[in-house]
Design a protein. Structure first.
Length: 372
């Protein structure tokens, strides 16, 4: 397989529209890297530049140390799997998988070996004589992946390959693609707008917004140490809760005042929060880090009105409101709630995150660089 390096890569369209702006990404050999972000953030354009389907306006692309900017797509030794499968409807599964090898004039016996080996790995051997119209969506996607596998590429590129599948099949295919990555020892660059796919499949995630890379890191590092409010709100389901709080001094203590309740920050965070006394901050807390208490807590109690109840079996999502904010909490199913109840929660403050209201950057960035 191969190492892929994007150095200052940009894509600028007519009218100075910067679809991708100064992307710097290193995909190590055999790594599974996921580009994630909302629609229009530039992730698919980035992938298409790696594939050679889009010209690189600025910057450089290296695969295995070789500059690829002017190398035609067919000579980059990559294979791409598209969202819409892109299968030939008049060909059988076998013929679809073999087509690229026949164009390259690979020997018939070698084509047969590769196709059957890929079909075995993907459990589609029994479909080799069928046409695509006789297959389910998941089976068609396996064929598209098989067509990529038979080429023995240095790099696999996946452009939202699961977005056309139903929810249950997406979960199954996520597991299958993760297993395939391990079995093939493959270098994979994968694009999705679904942060759950990114969290469950990636060794490394690249979060993008408006053509710019926001943060790169392992799934758990991004989840626990988001560099800004966008990453904090995008990674995680349900997303992180945000509240505007005013930092004040009260009785010799630094307090965060939400308006309807007050929170005393965790001691580890205090040196960073002190800098904002007299100003507003954005306080972030994840739904699972809100702890329900049947009686009001003596300190850091957050009384909120229950507005929506979503029972999910293993847990419950409670939608809550204060006069100024709407939040969601993940609680255990043994508690009984009714819409309109006032429920008391206390935050796990060691897990809280804080963001500058103007820049939306994490004010804990210095601490998180140190790995705390």
């Amino acid at each position: 397989m191969a190492k892929v390096e994007l150095k200052g890569m940009s894509k600028v369209y007519e009218g100075n529209v910067r679809a991708v702006d100064n992307a710097n990404i290193v995909v190590e050999d055999k790594e599974f890297v996921v580009l994630v972000g909302p629609s229009g953030c530039g992730k698919s354009t980035t992938l298409r530049m790696v594939a050679g389907l889009e010209d690189i306006t600025e910057g450089e692309l290296y695969i295995d140390g070789e500059l690829m900017n002017d190398v035609p797509p067919k000579d980059r030794n990559i294979a791409m799997v598209f969202q819409n499968y892109a299968l030939y409807p008049h060909m059988t599964v076998y013929e679809n998988m073999a087509f690229g090898l026949r164009i390259k004039k690979v020997e018939k016996s070698e084509i047969d070996r590769r196709v059957h080996e890929a079909a075995r790995i993907l459990d589609i051997e029994k479909f080799l004589d069928r046409k695509p119209k006789a297959l389910s969506g998941g089976q068609r996607q396996r064929v598209a992946v098989g067509r990529a596998i038979v080429r023995n590429p240095k790099v696999f590129l996946f452009d939202e390959p699961l977005s056309n599948l139903d929810a249950k099949l997406r979960v199954q295919m996520r597991a299958e693609l993760s297993d395939l990555h391990i079995r093939l020892n493959a270098t994979i660059i994968y694009v999705t707008h679904d942060q759950v796919e990114a969290m469950t499949m990636a060794n490394k995630i690249v979060v993008m917004k408006d053509g710019k890379i926001q943060q790169i890191g392992s799934p758990l590092f991004l989840y626990n140490h988001p560099v800004n409010k966008f990453v904090a709100g995008f990674i995680g389901s349900p997303p992180m809760n945000f509240m505007n709080v005013k930092v004040i001094e009260e009785g010799g203590n630094v307090i965060m005042d939400e308006g309807s309740f007050k929170i005393k920050p965790h001691a580890d965070h205090l040196p960073f929060i002190k800098k904002f006394i007299g100003k507003e901050l954005t306080f972030g807390i994840r739904p699972e880090d809100l702890h329900y208490t049947e009686k009001p807590a003596a300190e850091n109690n957050m009384p909120m009105k229950v507005t929506v109840i979503e029972p999910l079996g293993a847990d419950i999502h409670l939608w809550l409101s204060t006069p100024s904010h709407a939040l969601v909490a993940r609680t255990e199913p043994q508690y009984e709630f009714k819409v309109g109840d006032i429920a008391n929660f206390t935050p796990r403050l060691e897990k809280a995150r804080y963001f500058d209201k103007e820049t939306e950057l994490s004010i804990l960035a210095e601490m998180e660089v140190d790995g705390k």
